[in-house]
Write a protein that binds this ligand. Structure first.
Ligand code: NDP
Length: 254
């Protein structure tokens, strides 16, 4: 049985921890005593967060990571293990979005979204799971996908395709690694107010989107903390594996 209930001292890798949802989740994990490896490209932002946690208890260690480079992924995972020990929990949060009508999507934007959201996330997950399996760690992997991977969203065809791939990655890996005591689950947020969509949400089109949401409001990164904690808790989610948990304020059923 997976008993990762107490996060104190646990080694957690959070990708995309330099802003938005990932930053918030990384901070909350550190507040709960985890030793958080906060990974992203903008390491100056990670350094700032690490400095705030230079206190007893949970810690934040900045790690440079570019999901578009498999060499960078291998380096980052090795660095985390060297500094903190083997990764026990992986939070796959990093991702990008490019909004465009399908007729205007360029090959470059298509590749950038797939390389970051799908390829990069897969190879981080593979690298972490290999070590968890080799070392017999009952690991937990949670991927921040999106409801865009389940239902359609305006001008997000390619982004939605990448998130649908992560939904299927979650199911496939949960099945493949269950015998190794790894739990692989995904959270699918709806619209969350972060840097990712700030510009769009401030526009006329963005305001129209909010007006059509079931509760006419954007979610906040805080709203994702407890769903994550549920999926990380061995006792509360003992039989949850391969789950795609929508945390979308009802968007996908509206
Ligand atoms: P932000 O833009 O605030 O954060 C994205 C994070 O991903 C940043 O920390 C960024 O760090 C990191 N990142 C981007 N590209 C790379 C890369 N090549 N290598 C490593 N890290 C990278 O967005 P959000 O917080 O909103 O998004 C976080 C996740 O949540 C994403 O996967 C997004 O798809 C998902 N999501 C967001 C929703 C929303 O409404 N905001 C809704 C549903 C899902 P850096 O630039 O420093 O590398």
């Amino acid at each position: 049985m997976n008993t990762l209930d107490d996060l104190a001292g646990r080694v957690v890798l959070v990708t995309g921890a330099s802003s938005g949802i990932g930053e918030h989740l990384a901070r909350q994990l550190a507040v709960r005593g985890a030793r958080v490896a906060a990974a992203a490209r903008r390491t100056e932002l990670l350094d700032k967060m690490a400095a705030e946690f230079a206190l007893p208890g949970g810690t934040v260690t900045p790690v440079g990571l570019d999901l578009c480079s498999t060499a960078s992924i291998q380096r980052a995972i090795a660095e985390v293990e060297r500094h903190l020990g083997p990764i026990e929990i992986l939070v796959n949060n990093a991702g990008i979005v490019h909004q465009a009508p399908a007729t205007r999507v360029t090959e470059e934007e298509f590749d950038r979204q797939f390389d970051t959201n799908v390829k990069g996330t897969f190879f981080v997950t593979q690298a972490c799971a290999r070590r968890m399996i080799d070392l017999g760690i009952p690991g937990r992997i949670v991927t921040v996908a999106s409801v865009a991977g389940i239902v359609t969203m305006p001008q997000l065809s390619v982004y939605g395709m990448t998130k649908a791939a992560l939904v299927q990655m979650t199911r496939s890996l949960a099945a493949e690694w269950a015998r190794h005591d790894l739990a692989v689950n995904a959270i699918c947020p709806g619209y969350v107010a972060t840097d990712l969509n700030a510009e769009f949400m401030a526009s006329e089109a963005g305001r129209k989107v909010v007006a059509r949401l079931p509760k006419r409001r954007l979610a906040t990164p805080e709203g994702l903390v407890e769903p994550l904690m549920l999926l990380l808790s061995g006792s509360r989610s003992r039989f949850i594996n391969g789950a795609i948990l929508t945390v979308d304020d009802g968007y996908s059923v509206s």
